[in-house]
Each structure stands twice: as C-alpha cells, then as structure tokens.
Design a binder for this molecule. Structure first.
Ligand code: SF4
Ligand code: SF4
Length: 461
C-alpha cells in the first residue's frame, strides 16, 4: 500500500475536514466507501451489463496491450462483487448459504458461493483502477446498454483510497494540493515571478485581486511550469479584446487531485477554495485553463462536491475565446500554412461537449487544418489523464496507451499538433519524442495570440 501520506491527521490540516483526517485505512473503511458510492445508476449499470466485452474495444489500454485484465468493466470487479452480494437477491442468498453450510465438511471451496472482496483483492485492483484508466469515458460511449463505466471507476477509486490502496504519486499530489494549494507544491511567489516576466515582455498589466472583474482566471501548476507562454498569450488576448479579468492570490490552482485520486472530501476542500476566492473578489465568471480535467472538476463535479450551486459561471478558456471570436472582439491576421491537426482532450470534448469551439478558432488562424479521423466525442485519449501522469508506476502503460494516439497522428501526417490541455500537451510531446516523431505541439490559446492584429500604436486593437 501507499505510504500513508493521507494518514489521519498527520499531513492534512484538521480544517480540511477530510475523511482521511478522521481515521485509518482499512478493508472495512474501503468496503463502506464502496457501499456509500452505490447509487441507483451504479446498481442499474451492473444489473444491465450483458458481458459483451465491447467496452474493451474502446479502451486504449486494452487495445494497445491486448490484455483482458484491462477490459473496462473488469476494472470494477470488486465493486461488482460487493453490489451482487449486498444488493441482489441471489447474492444475498449465496451469502446465507456460505454462512449456514458446513463448507469444509462438504469439501467446498470458501468461494463456492461467490468471491469475497478482500484486502488482497483491492491491492490487486489498484493498478487496474489507476494505472490503466484515464477516466476518458470512451468505453461509456460504446456500451450497448449505456453503462457509464468511467462514472463507476471514479466511484470505485473512493473505496481504494479509504482502504489504503491508491498510488503513491497521487497520494503525494493530494497532500501537496491540500497543504500548499498546488499538486506540484507551487506557491504564489513562483507564479508571481512568471507574472513579472509576462508584464516585462508584453508591456501589459496582469491584474491581481481585482475586485468585481468579469473573469477570475485559474491556472494549472503543470501549465505554470511547462508552458509559461499560456499566461502571456492570455494576457495579450484579453488586453486586445478588452476583457475585465483577474488572478487571485488566494487561489490560482484549477486542478483537483481529490477527484483524480477518488476522495470526495479532498475534492470538496479544493473546490471550496476556488469558490471562496471567486466570492471574495465578486467575479461573474471563472475560467478553467488549458486543462481538461480541471474543467470537468470545477464545472461538473464542483457544485456536487460542495453541495451548493455557484454564484458564478464556469468556462474553459477555449469557450471564452470562441465567444470573443463570435462577438467580433478577436481580430486576427495571417494564417499558419503548414499542416495542423488537433487533439481534443477527453474531458473537454467527450465529457463536456466542447468540440466546435476549438475548430472555429482553428479556422481563424490555420490555412491547412486536418482533423484526426476519430475526433470530437469519439477521439482517443492521449493516455495521461485521470491521474495517470502523476503516477510514476504507470509510465510504461501510459506510453503503451499513447500508441493509439500515435497511430491516429500517423494517419493524417500533420506538421504540428495543436491542443488545449497542459497534461495532453505534455504527453503528446513526450510520446512523440519517444517514438522519434518530429511533430511539435502547440497550445491553441498561444496560436491565437500569435495572430492578433496589432494597432498602429503597438498595443493590441
Ligand atoms: S474510461 Fe477510458 S481508460 Fe478508463 S476504462 Fe474506459 S476507455 Fe479505458
Ligand atoms: S460494453 Fe457494457 S454491457 Fe458490454 S461488457 Fe462492457 S459494460 Fe458490460
């Protein structure tokens, strides 16, 4: 099991109110967490499964390894066993038989009336639920009876955390997120240095803690570290379009390690920080950065995590840019003439329906755009989402899953790839380099900023 960095009270501040702060890990707690997650959709999904195996054909981890243990529904076997035993007639009957019959005397195996979920089983399933699943949702799209498998995987991870069977990398990221505000341990002063660089290079002000701004801009630590050009691009575009925006010193991080690891308590703590910062500044809207997972965390899971509606709206940066385009507030000049293709982040396209917006923006600046054959809601995952990128143990599998994306890219032979998620972008860059494919990757916000019309005065019009 993981080092108990989520150990009760040891690393998490009491104010976090997390389950982990209240007691140790155990099989009993894991099973209880799984029971708590068994809602009506989960029960109906398990009872509807016709064992056709189609979900396997949609999963990059199965497709690229051919290993049946990576069949999506199989990743949920401990949860399914518990559901069958405790929520179905036949399961309960088997339980009675197991209790009443003298199995030893009858020469029957202890599993004769069905397998039991044990601590060993949860340990065995840990890599299946974390290393080989990005919660990309592609399996949910193909299931003939409509089972939302990634929804169940998100819930099954709650049981893994409570039983102490979650990956060290994700545990450490969760602790850092709760203790420092960032899963990578970044503090405001690091961002502040980057802000000064942006202001020097653009001559524009990066607004901080501006009361009543229209938009509160969130960033992701991975973006701050790997792609500082994002903040510069956004600063230029918002100045050009006359957008009222601000960063918050109280909370700048958009990603939510609690949702990735599967801890609704930690998820709620992290969402609440965003809400507190937005309410303190009285902003009308919150913008999730170029990060797919952060968007679904704040936009879809957030209100459920904190059990109340927000007094502001949430948008992904690409939605905001496309609206500015539609309103005639972004004016561009020139177009890229090399062959560009697009990787749709799963959380943005498949899970949130943001598909046309990025193509509208590509139309502004790309002369020679080609879509990957399967794109939009049926696009293939890059292989790094859902916490896989924070889990060092999953490195080899992450690369295996990337082969599907590689094959898609090879089909259309682009000169460069464009995307709008820092995790996807990092995985694309690393994967393409691993397979010695010389295809640079660029963020869409940056690409738009490169084509803004400048006024005669040298400022953006
Ligand atoms: S959500 Fe994606 S990665 Fe996870 S099992 Fe389904 S297809 Fe595979
Ligand atoms: S595709 Fe749906 S019905 Fe078929 S095995 Fe997977 S979960 Fe079950």
């Amino acid at each position: 099991m993981t080092e108990a960095v989520l150990t009760p009270g040891a690393d998490l501040p009491e104010s976090s109110g997390t389950t982990q702060a209240a007691g140790g890990f155990s099989l009993a707690r894991g099973l209880n967490a799984l029971r708590e997650e068994m809602d009506a959709p989960v029960a109906s999904f398990f009872s509807s499964c016709v064992h056709c195996g189609l979900c396997a054909t949609a999963c990059p981890f199965f497709v690229e390894t051919g290993d049946p243990k990576y069949t999506p529904i199989h990743k949920l076997e401990p949860m399914r066993i518990l559901w069958e035993q405790e929520f179905t007639f036949w399961g309960k009957l088997k339980g009675v038989l197991r209790e009443k019959l003298p199995l030893d005397k009858l020469g029957l195996d202890k599993h004769f009336a069905g397998k039991q979920v044990t601590d060993e089983m949860l340990a065995e399933w840990e890599p299946l639920l974390y290393d080989s699943c990005t919660m990309c949702g592609r399996c949910s799209m193909v299931c003939p009876v409509g089972n939302d498998i990634q929804y169940m995987i998100r819930k099954a991870r709650e049981g893994q955390v409570a039983s102490g069977h979650s990956p060290e990398g994700l545990v450490a990221a969760s602790v850092r997120a709760v203790n420092t505000g960032s899963p990578m341990g970044l503090k405001w002063k690091t961002l502040d240095v980057q802000i000064r660089h942006v202001e020097q290079s653009t001559g524009l002000e990066v607004p901080i803690d501006k009361q009543g701004a229209d938009y509160l801009v969130l960033l992701s630590s991975m973006e701050i570290i790997n792609f500082p050009e994002y903040l510069e691009a956004l600063t230029k575009i918002f100045a050009h379009a006359g957008v009222s925006w601000t960063l918050s010193q109280q909370c700048f991080e958009a990603t939510n390690a609690g949702i990735q690891i599967g801890s609704k308590d930690i998820a709620a703590v992290l969402v609440q920080r965003v809400v507190d910062a937005a309410e303190a500044l009285d902003v009308k809207n919150v913008i999730s950065p170029e990060c797919g997972h952060a968007y679904t965390a704040i936009r879809w899971e957030g209100p459920n995590a904190i059990k109340r509606a927000y007094p502001f709206k949430v948008f992904h940066i690409i939605e905001v840019l496309d609206q500015l385009r539609a309103d005639g507030r972004i004016k561009t000049e020139g177009r890229e003439d090399d062959r560009l293709s697009l990787h749709d982040p799963c959380n943005l396209a498949r899970k949130s329906g943001v598909i046309q917006q990025q193509r509208n923006l590509m139309d502004l600046v790309a002369e020679n755009f080609v879509d990957l054959k399967e794109h939009g809601k049926m696009q293939w995952c890059c292989g790094a989402g859902g916490g896989v990128s924070s889990n060092e143990r999953a490195e080899a599998l992450k690369l295996a899953a990337f082969k599907k994306k590689k094959a898609q890219i090879e089909e259309v032979e682009p000169d460069r790839m464009v995307t709008m998620c820092a995790t996807c972008r990092t995985q694309l860059e690393e994967g393409l380099e691993e397979f010695t494919m010389d295809i640079p990757v660029i963020g869409l916000t940056e690409l738009i900023a490169d084509h803004l019309v400048e006024s005669d005065e040298g400022t953006h019009a």
